[in-house]
Design a protein around this ligand. Structure first.
Ligand SMILES: Cc1cc2nc3c(=O)[nH]c(=O)nc-3n(C[C@H](O)[C@H](O)[C@H](O)COP(=O)(O)OP(=O)(O)OC[C@H]3O[C@@H](n4cnc5c(N)ncnc54)[C@H](O)[C@@H]3O)c2cc1C
Length: 224
């Protein structure tokens, strides 16, 4: 087996290294100290095609392989983990899931904007009592016919206040345990969705990690 990196992978690594050195390094200490979200860097990552690296180009992605994505993550994480954590969530937790499991309608409405970096995505799983053990989560989404009614609290959500699209994990059938867990797409501004407190973290302080509250959020079953 040949473990050498391909020409394309090496080019991606070099581009990510240049980006990290030239666009992330200047001001990284100040942004971290002041808890300043690296919005400009994330916008530039989108322009570079690094916010949806593995997504099919027909949905606005760069169609790269996983190794290229990891090489880019490594280079950017070495310099500014606040940039790379938001990049990582957008690429792997949000875009990947949407591309793998979303409907065509969902991909057209959400994935293209996320993969091109026009919008930022967040992934909402963790709760006060549910970290590693995701099955302990208490957020519920109750089937109400034409919509689900979402209630719960999520913690430690990267890009909590800057995202536009949120993948929220919730129990639709508590009796079924982990088999009763589903994912929902929530848009910023939906009634009952509140961006709560920001975490004053020890590190990675530039990323906006928030508590999110969902109080009777009506999630329509069909995209409008
Ligand atoms: C900077 C940052 C960003 C984050 N962003 C997000 C986000 O965008 N979305 C999101 O949903 N969450 C996010 N999180 C939350 C993160 O995913 C959780 O912190 C993680 O799942 C661990 O959960 P926990 O903190 O409750 O720790 P716990 O699950 O309580 O774990 C504590 C310790 O116990 C160990 N442990 C746990 N279970 C076992 C076991 N069965 N056997 C042996 N050891 C065990 C763990 O390895 C760990 O060392 C973020 C966290 C941070 C710090």
């Amino acid at each position: 087996m040949d473990f050498r990196l391909t020409e394309e992978q090496l080019a991606v690594r070099d581009a990510a290294k240049d980006f990290a050195q030239n666009m992330c390094k200047p001001g990284v200490i100040e942004r971290d100290t002041n808890q300043q979200v690296p919005i400009e860097q994330l916008k530039q990552l989108g322009e570079l095609g690094f916010m949806g690296m593995m997504v099919d180009p027909k949905y606005g992605g760069s169609g790269m392989d996983t190794i290229s994505y990891v090489l880019a993550m490594e280079e950017i994480s070495k310099i500014d983990a606040s940039v790379s954590v938001a990049m990582s969530v957008n690429n792997s937790l949000v875009c990947w899931g949407l591309e793998q499991f979303g409907t065509e309608e969902q991909k057209q409405k959400y994935l293209i904007d996320l993969a091109t970096g026009n919008k930022i995505g967040a992934f909402c799983l963790s709760e006060p009592e549910a970290g590693s053990d995701a099955t302990s989560q208490r957020t519920t989404a109750i089937d109400k016919g034409d919509h689900y009614l979402l209630n719960g609290t999520k913690n430690w959500i990267t890009s909590g206040s800057t995202a536009s699209t949120y993948i929220v994990i919730a129990q639709t059938d508590v009796d079924k345990g982990h088999k009763g867990i589903n994912a929902f797409i929530i848009e910023r501004g939906m009634e009952g969705f509140i961006v709560g407190a920001k975490e004053d973290k020890l590190g990675i302080r530039g990323s906006d990690t928030h508590t999110l509250l969902f109080n009777d959020v009506k999630v329509p079953k069909r995209i409008g």
